[in-house]
Design a protein around this ligand. Structure first.
Ligand SMILES: *Cc1c(COP(=O)(O)O)cnc(C)c1O
Length: 387
């Protein structure tokens, strides 16, 4: 198991935000569609152990791997759990024993299932159809053969059918998503003609869930929105342009550390590996015990800011494995071991995952999901205003 490696860098989780976000997404979808909380990748870097307990309104959970699914069961999650990724053929029985629903798209998986001696209907199967994302999923023309083969396995039960959209997050023009939805609806017709329509039909992730009710069917697989983050600027704009009321999403995560050294360097001094930064004035340098091994991207060197006493301090020099440096010349009240915010709010200032993503040349998903699982997660209850 993992253990906290360094008490000087930690992640704070707002205890109330996850379920608030989940209820916002659910209400936005009319309140009647169940929500499957996607907690893959250590709950998008937030920490899966605390996060599953902070979303009591979740109807389902989804993870990528078998091991993540087993972890949820070990955490006493009794709700339905969907595995989105491939389960090794030799481990299918383990997934079924833990009552994990399988996303299935390989003929070999069906054959492996048929060789297991399963009680009737023990394996909950969600057939995934590739309607144009070009990753996991069977092609629509393969559906009939898959279903026929599935029917020959008494231990297997076709519980769901799903698909995933390729580019809803990337654009204000959604013709391609509409095309994918049409293909999916034709796949549903095929299933209906075979009298094999499964009880659970799902295609929407956060963006589709917010924007397109016609993608909701019987379950929304929401990830990023639960963490209080928008899938993209385009999704937010599309929501406004469509005249919809945007859900009020509250970021769940803050990422913090402490100053571990403060010193003044003379004008003309170098800071960090490669001597990429040279001071242009006598500079009060703060050393932070956080680096790229913690998930603080190396691209943030000489680019990002952090917050100290509610003010921005620039990151100077390269990001090291366990360290980075900041310029606190203009924050004279900063003292050794004072708190520093890498992501989150301090006073009236805030650094969002989107801001960090912009600086690092990536997306908010990557910024949060790469925060090291070795860092401690602290669940904090927000103080009511005025206290
Ligand atoms: C990660 C994932 C989701 C969640 O997507 P968000 O954009 O984070 O809401 C939904 N479905 C599948 C198949 C996924 O892999």
């Amino acid at each position: 198991m993992l253990w906290p490696m360094n008490s000087l860098v930690w992640v704070e989780l707002d205890a109330e935000a996850p379920d608030h976000n989940l209820r916002q997404l659910k209400a936005g979808a009319g309140g009647r569609v169940p929500i499957c909380a996607v907690v893959k990748a250590n709950a998008y870097g937030h920490g899966v152990d605390p996060m599953v307990h902070l979303m009591p309104s979740a109807d389902w959970f989804a993870v990528n791997s078998l091991e993540e699914g087993l972890r949820l069961r070990a955490l006493r999650v009794r709700k339905p759990i969907l595995l989105l990724g491939h389960v090794p053929l030799g481990s299918l029985h383990e997934a079924i024993r833990a009552d994990l629903a399988l996303t299935l798209y390989n003929r070999e998986s069906l054959q492996a299932l048929s060789r297991l001696e399963l009680p009737p209907g023990a394996a909950r199967i969600h057939l995934k159809v590739d309607t144009g994302a070009g990753r996991q999923g069977i092609r629509p023309e393969e559906i009939e053969d898959f279903v026929l083969e599935l029917r020959r396995i008494p231990g297997a039960f076709l519980e769901g059918v799903s698909s995933h959209f390729a580019n809803i997050e990337d654009t204000l023009a959604h013709e391609y998503a509409e095309e994918q939805l049409e293909r999916f609806n034709r796949a549903l017709e095929t299933l209906a003609e075979m009298d094999s329509t499964p009880p659970i039909v799902h295609t929407a992730s956060t963006a589709a869930g917010i924007l397109f009710p016609e993608t909701h069917f019987s379950l929304i697989r929401a990830g990023i929105g639960l963490y209080g983050l928008w899938p993209s600027r385009e999704t937010y704009l599309s929501t406004l342009l469509s005249g919809r009321h945007p859900p009020n999403l509250k970021p769940v995560l803050s990422w913090k550390t402490r100053l571990v050294q403060i010193k003044t360097l003379a004008e003309g001094s170098y800071v960090g590996y490669g001597c990429t930064y040279k001071t242009t004035r006598p500079t009060r340098v703060g050393v932070l015990p956080v680096g790229y091994s913690d998930g603080y991207d190396r691209a943030l060197g000489n680019t990002a800011y952090v917050l100290v006493h509610g003010r921005r301090a620039p990151v100077i020099g390269r990001i090291c494995m366990n360290l980075c440096m900041i310029d606190i010349t203009d924050i004279p009240q900063a003292r050794l071991e004072d708190e520093v915010v890498l992501l989150g709010a301090s006073g009236t200032e805030r650094i969002t995952a989107e801001t960090l993503a912009g600086w690092a040349g990536t997306i908010n998903y990557e910024i949060v999901s790469r925060i090291s699982p070795l860092l401690e997660r602290r669940v904090v209850t927000p103080r009511p205003p005025g206290l």
